[in-house]
Design a protein. Structure first.
Length: 253
């Protein structure tokens, strides 16, 4: 594969992860969206996410559930259906005319009844070595299903969000393991796409504290870390981004 600066396709990025047997166990089951695949995945997992193959900021993501009835939520809008055919027909009207994936739904940990995940920032250092430079929690809007900052999500310190689930020092060891997972993903991506210098790894944590790689971002935004009160992490992430040729200060004329 080429030395691409970014990879937009979630399907391509998922297949890259699946090439690595160590990383494969952290990847939710993912298939191309079709009527059969949606039905099979709902029967198997009871909850799935329907995601645009090419999309950002959580836009166009739909959560679909099967209990006694079928239900989907897109943005703040939720609808229920008595039959799968009714659900599938309505979904096809809700989706935009583009390609989608069906991804196994993960029951994420919550903060004040709102789901959260974490962004791990992995960057090439000025010495050209991969380093997990940043980590932050992202809490969904109370009425939404995505955690993205640009989609009403709230960034918060990961230590705060994990506090009800893990006590010190287990909490810090756990965060260290998440950062190491980000590092492993970056070194694997390096083999497939040698040109990358930064990755943002979105990791969801389930009720058993198992991490799941929800997405790998190949053009991650460093400015989310500026939302933390402690700016030390942000300053480092931005410094590394600039060393990698991104977000350079504008020259005065």
């Amino acid at each position: 594969m080429n030395r691409a600066r970014t990879v937009g396709s979630k399907w391509v990025k998922t297949k890259v992860l699946l090439l690595n047997k160590e990383l494969r166990k952290f990847v939710p089951e993912t298939r191309i969206y079709s009527q059969k695949n949606l039905l099979d995945m709902l029967n198997k997992h009871k909850m799935v996410y329907v995601k645009p193959i090419n999309g950002s900021f959580g836009q166009g993501v739909i959560r679909v559930e099967k209990n006694v009835t079928y239900r989907y939520q897109s943005g703040k809008v939720a609808k229920s259906f008595g039959t799968f055919s009714g659900l599938f027909s309505a979904l096809n009207k809700a989706k935009l005319a583009r390609s989608y994936l069906v991804q196994q739904g993960i029951h994420l940990l919550t903060h004040q009844k709102r789901i959260f995940d974490t962004r791990i920032m992995v960057q090439k250092s000025p010495k050209k070595a991969w380093e997990a430079t940043g980590y932050i929690g992202r809490v969904a809007h109370p009425q939404k299903i995505v955690t993205n900052f640009h989609n009403s999500g709230k960034p918060l310190p990961l230590e705060l969000l994990l506090a009800p689930y893990l006590k010190n020092p287990k909490k810090y060891n756990y965060i260290k393991s998440l950062r190491h997972l980000g590092y492993q993903i970056a070194t694997h991506y390096q083999k497939v796409y040698p040109g990358f210098k930064e990755l943002g790894v979105d990791i969801g944590i389930d009720k058993n504290l198992k991490p799941w790689v929800l997405e790998v971002n190949t053009a991650p935004d460093p400015f989310i870390f500026n939302q933390l009160n402690d700016k030390k992490m942000f300053f480092k992430v931005l410094r590394y981004s600039r060393a990698n040729g991104r977000f350079l200060p504008k020259k005065r004329k």
